[in-house]
Ligand binder design. Structure first.
Ligand SMILES: [Zn+2]
Length: 169
């Protein structure tokens, strides 16, 4: 599979470790929270590193406001906190069950408890937002009986996950 074969690319946020090479996905629609896209387009310095790649008139963006079912079984979850308009993802898979992709709403399994979790150095100064997003992921993991939550930067967990070209179905 090539980047040009991808139809949808879900942007959790545009920090430099979560964006880049957008121009390679020539047929993709980029799905992003409106709040985050506008923050970035308005020139927020934090989101400058990959601007050349993601801020280009040839790219098709779909701006989402809040939670949104993109396709049957693929639900975007607004989890502002790490940055305004950050989004996570819920995916319902036929064999695996429900998987939550927390991205940087919850970077590591040690941060999964909303009440006690630490803030991270790259979290913007929105502690209530971060705790709200963490709780939202935890509540959904429970109510959806999720198979697992994928954390944004969890080296230990990463070693246990199937990595491309392997996949979950
Ligand atoms: Zn990150």
């Amino acid at each position: 599979m090539n980047p040009a074969d991808i139809s949808y690319l879900i942007c959790t946020h545009l920090d430099e470790d979560h964006s880049g090479n957008h121009d390679l996905f020539s047929n993709a629609e980029f799905i992003i929270q409106k709040e985050h896209y506008e923050l970035a387009r308005n020139g927020h310095p934090r989101l400058n590193a990959n601007r050349e790649s993601w801020d280009h008139p040839s790219l098709r963006y779909r701006l989402i406001e809040g939670d949104y079912e993109l396709l049957p079984g693929i639900v975007l979850l607004e989890t502002s906190g790490h940055v305004p308009g950050h989004q996570s993802l819920l995916v319902r898979l036929s064999e695996t069950g429900t998987v939550l992709l927390a991205a940087d709403a919850v970077m590591h399994h040690s941060m999964a408890n909303a009440a006690t979790r630490q803030m991270f150095v790259t979290d913007m100064e929105d502690e209530p937002g971060i705790r709200r997003g963490t709780q939202k992921i935890a509540d959904l993991a429970e109510s959806e009986n999720a198979a697992f939550v994928v954390y944004g930067h969890d080296t230990e967990q990463w070693a246990s996950l199937r990595l491309s070209p392997a996949f979950y179905e």
